[in-house]
Design a protein around this ligand. Sequence first.
Ligand code: ATP
Ligand code: MG
Length: 146
Amino acid sequence: MQNPREFISESEESTARIAQELSSETKANDILCLYGTLGMGKSVFARALIRALCANPDLEIPSPTFTLVQTYETGQIPIWHFDLYRLEDPEEIYEIGWEEALDGGILIIEWPERLGTLKPSNATEIAFAASTDNANTRLITIKRPG
Ligand SMILES: Nc1ncnc2c1ncn2[C@@H]1O[C@H](COP(=O)(O)OP(=O)(O)OP(=O)(O)O)[C@@H](O)[C@H]1O
Ligand SMILES: [Mg+2]
C-alpha cells in the first residue's frame, strides 16, 4: 500500500469516512498519533474511528480533554483515546494507564507532541492541516511506521 497516503476532506462527514476506512486495517498494538492545531478535526476523526472499531455508530465518545484518557471495551480490543493537550509533564502518562494501553490496546492519541521523548517511534502518524481554499477543507496525511 502507498505510504504515506494523502486525502483531501471537504467536510466533517468526509473526515469521518476516512477514519472508517482506516478502522478496517487497525489492529491490537496499533498506535495512532493525531497531529494538527486546534479545531483541525482530530476529535472528529477519533470519534468516527472508535465508533467503527466498536461497530456502534451511536456510541457516546466524550472528549478526554480533562480526563486525558477515555477507554472503550465494547470492541474486541480495548481502545484508549488520549487527549494530551493538558498533559504538563510527559511522565504523567504513566499515571493514566500508559503501560497497560501499550500491552495489547489500540491507542488513539491527540496532541502526541506532549509526550516529548516518550512518544512511541512505531506509531502511525496522522496529520491534519488547513487549506487556504475553504474553511472546511482539511489535508489529511496518514503515514504508517517503518
Ligand atoms: N473537513 C473537516 N474535517 C473535520 N472537521 C471539520 C471539517 N470541516 C469543518 N470541521 C469542523 O472543525 C471542527 C473540528 O473539531 P475537533 O474537535 O475535531 O478538532 P480537534 O483537532 O480535535 O481540536 P482540539 O485540538 O481542540 O482537540 C468541528 O467543529 C468540525 O465540524
Ligand atoms: Mg480534539
